[in-house]
Design a binder for this molecule. Sequence first.
Ligand SMILES: C[S@@+](CC[C@H](N)C(=O)[O-])C[C@H]1O[C@@H](n2cnc3c(N)ncnc32)[C@H](O)[C@@H]1O
Length: 334
Amino acid sequence: MNINEYIKRYEKLFIVSPSFRAKQLARKYGFLDYMIERYIHMMEDELEDFLYHCSVPLVKSIRCNDLLIDCERLVSRLENKGFKLEKVKWLPHGYKVIKQPKTPSLGATIEYLSGYYYIQGLASMVPPYVLSPLENDLVLDMAASPGSKTTQLSQLMRNKGLILAVEKSRDRIRSLMSNINRMKAKNVILLRTDSKNLIKTSMKFSKILLDAPCSGEGLIPEDPSRKTKTSMSDLKIFFEEQLKLITTAYLLLEEEGILVYSTCSIAPEEDEAVVNFAIEELGMKTDKIEGYPANPGLEEFMNVKFSSEVKNCIRFYPHKSHTEGFFVCRLRKN
Ligand SMILES: C[S@@+](CC[C@H](N)C(=O)[O-])C[C@H]1O[C@@H](n2cnc3c(N)ncnc32)[C@H](O)[C@@H]1O
């Protein structure tokens, strides 16, 4: 089945008729109607808890760069400046910033400028750990800017092996470059192009991260404008591009290679529906992800069934894990 046929098969995901209740809640919480209708299907019992947490700003968090500093030393240096940090048990280098001084701000310390830490959402740190690159891997980061995960991959690889970091947008490549320099990531080659162009080469990678361009529906607690930013037809455009990108990832992966697909979206249309394509149409398998305070992938959504393999993926919700909304899936080519 090609991508167009697959989109047709899942067309009904993009035709949502909001109920009276969805419309009422949408007005109360300031969302688009169709979004709430979908949330009713996704988390009926927890709906109001979820909606409430969408308007509570998240605690800031950082990833310590142990390429450059011992993490305990970083904590004590920041605490001497009036910050209070709390180690996150389920993330090797993740800390919550539970208190900040009036000055300096988190992005204006000498430690930040020296690359000792990256200001990064907790759930956003998960995909590189799940990919778990080794020092001899050849890694492709297909949608790289601003580089939180590229620099984390470098850190996990101890600056060995090689990462090809690809970014399509000329504007966004600047921040990627500056973060790579700041974090002293030395095993990265930067390429400004559309990742889909790599198919024209004969390159193959042992590990691929596809942190896909998406609606950002998981970032509502940080950016309330996302409550009304994405229409159903925008979502469908993201879906189509994600299907093209995951197909590209499959073609660029070595046999037995690992692909991590992630989004900062909780929209099943951008998550399970995309991974389901990789399972059913490309023949990929999922690996179970364990050790995170997250829910399993949804096997069913709006009366549409997905492969049972999607339950190996994980979803983060603001009201459950107190992180941004996020989706992560580990896929294997065989
Ligand atoms: C979700 S953001 C990536 C965030 C990044 N992985 C991080 O952790 O900092 C998606 C990025 O992909 C880029 N992008 C979108 N389509 C692309 C494509 N076809 N090829 C390469 N980059 C693309 C966007 O410009 C955007 O910078």
